[in-house]
Ligand binder design. Structure first.
Ligand code: GLN
Length: 534
């Protein structure tokens, strides 16, 4: 295609309608027709990125190859499209303002008054266009966070209005809205949709496609009504019915012809047939598991599933790959501290100790590792989970009873996990961890090698502390081996226990790289080990 087409996805009526999943599904369908697509998210909050946000606020912080700490929707984009994203795919209001203010300080505005229009809106438009130029994408899909009518999303909607005016043939707006069902009336109601479109119109934007999220099918009468009140054609009203799984949505959007409607409205010839047979094979396996295997996820945010989004989705991919349903038992690490591990972890076939920061619940996590190690239950520790595995081994096998991470005890007699050298002088919290993709060299006589089938891998990181190499010799001698090492800095990336059926701790985050097309081998093999343990 000669020039990039821009699709904006806005949301109306309420948040949590699934703009991210609709955007990712549309990307998947366009990709399956042979187009190159990338997805971008604008977040209207003032933080520079979600890296400093508590998971209770916005769920998991997703990390890209280039080390950007981003919104969890980018995880969905990658899982659906199997394409890596980058810092340019997630922009916040804070980042936009920071860039404008820095330019102002450098004198780049040549003495003019710096204003929301045009300077902030120009900055927003530039970040959309820059992303397009990076790879000369056929389509850039930009999801605007928040709900139309929010004060903080105004500059974004205004930027969409300007872009639509400047290049009417290349810009399309998909508005996702809610059509609620009123049980007392026994009816689906279109009024909230009409109002949210009116609000968009007040801001100068006419949506081209309305995607109506609904619990019940939309009949033709309702579609006609939405079309008439919202100035779109009948075929541009797309039903988005509640689905059993987010992975059903691309198939549902294909049935509703969302992709062909987009192509038609943007005058792009439909050349290639759509082939999503790989996706359908995955769904087939997902929906027809031959067995169920229960795995415990031990963490401190267990009441909030979004905090472990990528881990949970990785289990979905790995489950399908093994043709089993992975049932996750969320276990609160603080509860393990109070009640002990036996009751809470009884009957699970695998134990995962989650990443995290801070001392709360740490002893419960260490106890969970001990339970997995002593009972020979397949174990996967991710980042902090790996560090807990190291601490546990030091305390209970190497008999260094006061072993700890200096994150939790700076005066530990045995600081088996210690702050990285480069982190010692850093005081700023935002964007300063060891972030993004780093190489790892794997020893061939290891489960890690059996898992990856390769000696050289790269995985994404997000941490400040590391395995303290001063103790490596003692660990190796006692049976915990460093089987993956960063070749440049000699950091321990993977630990394994030889004497255990399947015990792996990884300093990196495999969950960020698992996609439908490429389920992560660590999760696939961990689930396989759990099945074997049954
Ligand atoms: N808190 C630990 C560190 O900073 C682990 C981080 C994590 O689990 N992502 O090293």
């Amino acid at each position: 295609m000669s020039n990039t087409k821009f699709i904006f996805v806005t949301g109306g009526v309420t948040s949590s309608l699934g703009k991210g999943i609709i955007s990712a599904s549309l990307a998947k369908l366009l990709q399956s027709r042979g187009f190159t697509v990338t997805i971008q998210k604008f977040d209207p909050y003032i933080n520079i990125d979600p890296g400093t946000l508590n998971p209770y606020e916005h769920g998991e912080c997703f990390v890209t190859e280039d080390g950007a700490e981003t919104d969890l929707d980018l995880g969905h984009y990658e899982r659906f499209s199997n394409e890596p994203t980058s810092q340019a795919n997630n922009i916040t209001t804070g980042r936009i303002y920071l860039s404008v203010i820095e330019k102002e300080r450098r004198g780049e505005y040549l003495g003019s008054t710096v204003q929301v229009i045009p300077h902030i809106t120009d900055e927003i438009k530039t970040s959309v266009k820059h992303l397009a130029e990076r790879n000369n994408y056929d389509f850039v899909i930009t999801e605007i966070g928040g709900t139309v009518g929010d004060i903080e999303s105004l500059p974004y909607i205004e930027s969409v209005r300007q872009m639509k005016w400047e290049m009417p043939k290349d810009v399309l707006v998909v508005h996702l809205t809610l059509v609620p069902y009123l049980s007392a009336a026994g009816e689906l109601k279109t009024k909230p949709t009409q109002h949210s479109v009116k609000m968009l119109l007040e801001q100068g934007v006419q949506p081209d496609i309305i995607v109506a999220r609904t619990e019940h099918p939309l009949n033709d009468g309702l579609r006609e009504k939405i079309a008439r009140f919202c100035n779109v054609s009948f075929t541009s009203v797309i039903e988005s019915i509640d689905a059993e799984s987010i992975y059903d949505v691309p198939v549902l959007m294909r049935q509703e012809k969302l992709d062909t409607e987009v192509l038609k409205l943007m005058n792009v010839p439909v050349e290639n047939d759509l082939d999503i047979s790989d996706w359908e094979d995955f769904l087939e396996k997902l929906k027809n598991p031959k067995d169920t295997v229960e795995i415990a996820l031990v963490g401190k945010y267990v009441e909030l599933k979004d905090a472990y989004k990528s881990i949970l989705e990785s289990f979905v991919h790995a489950g399908a790959a093994n043709e089993v349903k992975v049932k996750i038992r969320m276990v609160h690490s603080e509860l393990i501290e109070k009640q002990g591990p036996e009751k809470l972890l009884k009957g699970v076939y695998g134990i995962l100790v989650a990443p995290g920061f801070g001392e709360r619940g740490i002893e419960g996590k260490i106890t969970a590792v001990q339970f997995a190690r002593e009972n020979k239950i397949p174990f996967l520790g991710i980042c902090l989970g790996m560090q807990c595995a190291v601490i546990e081994y030091a305390r209970n096998v190497l008999k260094m009873q006061e072993a700890h991470s200096t994150e939790f005890n700076q005066n530990s007699k045995f600081p088996v996990i210690d702050i990285m050298e480069e982190q010692k002088t850093i005081s700023d919290m935002g964007g300063t961890m060891r972030l993004g993709s780093y190489a790892c060299h794997i020893k061939t006589d290891s489960k890690a090698f059996d898992t990856y089938g390769s000696e050289n891998i790269s995985e994404r990181h997000r941490h400040r502390f590391e395995f303290n190499n001063a103790y490596l010799g003692q660990f190796e001698k006692a049976g915990m081996h460093a089987t993956g090492i960063n070749p440049n800095e000699n950091l321990v990336e993977i630990v394994e226990i030889e004497e255990h059926p399947w015990f792996m701790g990884v300093q990196f985050h495999p969950e960020y790289k698992s996609t439908v097309a490429n389920p992560h081998p660590i999760f696939v093999n961990f689930v396989k080990a759990a099945i074997k343990n049954k």
